[in-house]
Write a protein of this length. Structure first.
Length: 188
């Protein structure tokens, strides 16, 4: 049985990410352990065109359903797309709900690590590298402009998000999403 036929049978003739039925093609998931059908997904032209760099944010809301697939390759693709879209609140919420087996998570993270660029890292006040999802503590009182309050020294900010600027991070303080200067933070 051909690879494409195996994928068509497994996927029921639909894109394994969005459910479209036209123009389906096999896609080898990057950083796969092998080239078998277990490491490939069947994608429509829309998903295939944005497999490595999603731009049509609303198209990817389909991951709400496909992330629950029992097929590890589909889980890996859903996880990677959600990570790439994690600046969107809905994508981060889905990512927070997604569970992957340890082996599948390693595979998914391996593909993302290969994509990382050499951009300047975000460092805290002690020079420790801050990563997406880290918890940090404020090292000084910070007046929140437009928020009408002061974020006090010692406040714990959980699950930070990195921004395009390596000197800033986003986090919630007093239930308000704000941008914080990394040099006033300490990794918790």
């Amino acid at each position: 049985m051909s690879l494409e036929k195996q994928l068509m049978d497994r996927a029921g003739g639909q894109c394994e990410l969005c459910g479209a039925t036209e123009g389906l093609a096999p896609y080898q998931v990057p950083a796969s352990p092998d080239s078998s059908s277990d490491c490939q997904v069947l994608l429509c032209p829309s998903c295939l065109g944005e497999a490595e760099a999603p731009t049509s944010v609303n198209h990817w809301r389909c991951l709400n359903d496909s992330m629950w697939s029992q097929v590890p390759a589909v889980q890996v693709m859903a996880y990677r797309q959600l990570k790439r879209l994690s600046a969107e609140t809905w994508a981060q919420d889905l990512l927070d709900m997604l569970y992957l087996d340890e082996e599948v998570k390693k595979w998914a993270d391996a593909g993302l690590a290969a994509e990382e660029d050499d951009s300047e890292p975000t460092l805290d006040s002690n020079g420790a590298r801050l990563l997406e999802g880290d918890d940090v503590t404020l090292i000084k009182d910070l007046e929140v402009k437009g928020g009408g309050f002061t974020a006090k020294r010692g406040t714990l900010v959980k699950g930070i998000r990195l921004t395009n600027n390596p000197k800033h991070i986003e986090g919630k303080v007093n239930g308000v999403q704000i941008v914080l200067v990394a040099e006033y933070l300490k990794k918790a």
